[in-house]
Design a protein around this ligand. Structure first.
Ligand code: ZN
Length: 227
């Protein structure tokens, strides 16, 4: 079943999100960074406590964590809208650019430990008729293929929509270190909405999770698709 954020629904409106505005000051120490949205059932700590909690401070050689996540999310959005193998098109959504219009525009990118883009994936369920062809799974497979191993330690997966249970499970199995996602998905989300597979203490691997990155932009793309 296709997950369908209700058009104009309050859950994806992104209104009032501290991470929504493109013009907001890019401050890696912003207290809003990486927090779970109020009302989410997930614990209040999203990569803000425990190992890596101070990772967000801007390093001498690069942008801070927040800027990096937003930069990477824009790339994931580009993949969602244009597809991994297609050039960027002007039309933000819908039938432009030869992108199969039936597939929900979700994009994912895997970055290596040094920030190198390893692989991308776009939801291709309708295109391929494969129920597992979610953006995250495709990106994980391609990244593993490129690295020649299934373990994706120290890698980051960035995806425009909160992962489902299948993808959250795959991310844990791949030992991915960090997951960054855009819009919340209250109907199927497994990174804090319905479940919190990524931070389930019963599992032997728990990535750091940052949700709601560029939430408004990501939600807008999905709303435009379902409209
Ligand atoms: Zn999925």
């Amino acid at each position: 079943m296709r997950s369908e954020p209700s058009s104009g629904g309050p859950e994806l409106s992104g209104g009032g999100s501290p991470l929504a505005g493109a013009a907001e000051p890019a401050d890696a120490t912003d207290p809003a960074l990486g927090t779970v949205r109020p009302g989410q059932p997930a614990p209040g700590a999203v990569g803000r406590v425990g190992p890596g909690a101070v990772e967000g401070l801007a390093g001498p050689e690069g942008p801070g964590r927040r800027q990096r996540h937003e930069l990477w999310m824009r790339r994931a959005l580009e993949v969602a809208v244009t597809g991994p193998d297609l050039p960027a098109v002007a039309a933000p959504t819908g039938g432009g650019g030869g992108v199969p219009v039936d597939d929900v525009p979700v994009g994912a990118v895997v970055y290596g430990p040094d920030g190198t883009e390893l692989a991308v994936g776009r939801n291709e369920r309708e295109l391929t008729g494969d129920p597992t062809a979610h953006a995250e799974v495709l990106a994980l497979r391609r990244a593993a293929e490129r690295l020649g191993r299934w373990r994706l330690d120290d890698c980051t997966l960035v995806v425009t929509l909160e992962p489902c249970t299948m993808c959250a499970g795959a991310l844990v199995l791949a030992r991915i270190s960090t997951v960054v996602f855009g819009a919340w998905e209250p109907k199927t989300g497994a990174a804090g909405s319905l479940w919190d597979v990524l931070r389930d203490r019963r599992l032997n691997h728990r990535p750091e999770v940052y949700g709601g990155v560029l939430e408004a932009e990501n939600a807008a793309v999905l709303r435009a698709f379902f409209r």
